[in-house]
Each structure stands twice: as C-alpha cells, then as structure tokens.
Design a protein around this ligand. Structure first.
Ligand code: DGL
Length: 274
C-alpha cells in the first residue's frame, strides 16, 4: 500500500464506562499504528438497566454526533448491552459507517464445552435481548445455557478499577447462579458477556465454587476489527500519544482521568457532543 492510501482516521471505541478498555487494550496490541478515540457514555451508565427503546434512541443520536465530530474510520461498540440492542439500528441509520459489535461469545463456548453446561454472565439488558436468545438458538442447541443477569457487577468492576478493592462476598453472590450441577455434570464455561467483567475475573476465579473457563472475547473482537479495517502503511508511526478519552457527562473525576491516562488516553481536549 502506498502512503497516499494511508488513512489516519481514528477507530472510535464506545462503552458506558471502563469496560471497553478491555477491548481497547487488545485492539492497541493488534493495531499499534491506529489512532483511537475512547468514548465513555458515563452520563448513561449503567446501560444494563435501561428500557430498550430509550437506549436504542440514545445510541443512534449519540453516534450521529460522534461520527460528525470525530470522523472515525469505523466504530467499535465495546459493549454487549449496546451491541445486542442497537447494532442493527445503527447500521441502518449510518449505512456508510462500519460498526463492529461485541456480542455474547456463545458460539465459541458451545464449541468448547465438555460438560454441555454453559453460563452466560451479562447485564440484565443483554440477558433479556432477543439477539442473545437468537445466538443460543443458532449455535448452542446441543448445550444447556444458563443466562445470568447481574444488576451490580459492572458497577463493582468500576469501583475495583478506580479504588483497587471490591467486596468479595458481593462478587460471590453475583456469580453464584452461573454454577450449575446436573446429572453428575457441572458448568465448565462462563461467558463474560459484559466488557467490564474481565477486570474482576481474578476475584471471580477466587470466589468460584469450582474452576471454569471464563471466556473473554476481547481479543476476538479486536481481531475482527483489524480484519475489516483497511491495511495501514507499513511505515506508519507506531506507539502514538494522541489517543483521547471522551466522557459524555463532561465531568470525569480525577481518579477516572488518571485511570484513562494509565491506558494511554489523554483526557483533556477530547471533543464531546454538544
Ligand atoms: N460494558 C457493558 C457491556 O458490555 C455494560 C455495562 C453497563 O451496564 O453499562 O455490556
């Protein structure tokens, strides 16, 4: 590819909070030359508890503004709750834009399980989506899938990342329904179907009644984004320092800004929708 074809537009990555950073860090490894804008829709956190029509409408409006402001090469929705609800509406509203979604990793879980008992740990929103049920119908008819909607794990992960500790009994209570025993078999895979959860997976591992495979799809999503983006010139600069985090609330506190900076994201100068 010649330099003339080098497209420096950023990849826009969105989540309601810090969860999308689990995808961003994988995307960075695979695309060190790419510029990133990380959008935190913290004004709407948590997405998991929203009514579907209102959240869908919010996301369509928000992406309209973000696309106009940042002119991204593509948009990566690093959030299961938003993707399972609004991917279709976003693609219909902005047909020129490429959207990469994050949806529960039910297919790989169904392929890997040995016991046939798989659990999907997600927000209440993702658990009730038709999209999620369709994935089970399409890929996991030979397994028994337990859907576990957690009201507070995303918030617990936010607290953990900001303050470094989390109440283990609370994590334990949230994950308990994932562990099913039936006819001498036990759940052997738990799908982390919320991008916040990998941040607390070590706590989950510690509190789990038996060992399971915690399936984190972040790398697969980043690979998917890489595969559909145009190749970048081999002499493009690597290890850029102009990635930004943007907060829809407009008021990220010092601890959150520091966290973002730790991920190499500048928190000043990110442009917000009006
Ligand atoms: N990180 C989001 C997800 O992957 C959800 C967190 C929230 O409820 O806002 O589903």
């Amino acid at each position: 590819m010649s330099d003339a074809a080098y497209d420096d537009r950023p990849l826009l990555v969105l989540d309601s909070g810090i969860g999308g950073l689990t995808v961003l860090r994988e995307a960075r490894v695979l695309m060190p030359e790419r510029r990133f804008v990380y959008v935190v829709d913290d004004a709407a956190f948590p997405y998991g508890n929203w009514e579907e029509p209102a959240l869908r409408e919010r996301l369509v409006d928000l992406f309209g503004e973000l696309i106009a402001i940042h002119d991204p090469i593509a948009c990566l929705i690093a959030c299961n709750t938003a993707s399972t609800l609004a991917l279709e509406a976003l693609r219909a509203a902005y047909p020129q834009m490429t959207f990469v979604g994050t949806v529960p990793a039910i297919k790989p879980a169904a392929e890997r399980t040995r016991s046939g008992l798989v659990s999907v740990l997600a927000t209440p929103g993702t658990v009730k989506r038709q999209y999620t049920r369709d994935l089970i119908e399409q890929w996991a008819t030979k397994c028994e899938v337990t859907l576990v909607g957690s009201v507070s794990l995303a918030a617990l992960a936010e607290t953990y990342m900001r303050h470094g500790s989390v109440e283990e009994s609370a994590v334990s209570a949230e994950i308990a329904p994932c562990f099913v025993e039936k006819d001498g078999r036990r759940t052997d895979i738990v799908v982390l179907a919320c991008t916040h959860y990998p941040f607390v997976v070590n706590r989950m591992r510690k509190m789990a009644p038996w060992p399971v495979d915690w399936l984190d799809p972040a790398e697969a999503i980043a690979r998917r984004a890489l595969s559909i983006l145009p190749r970048i010139a081999s002499d493009a600069p690597v290890g850029r320092h102009d990635d930004v985090a943007v907060f829809t609330s407009g008021r990220a506190d010092a601890v959150t800004r520091r966290l973002m900076q730790g991920f190499g994201l500048a928190t000043e100068g990110g442009i917000l929708p009006a």
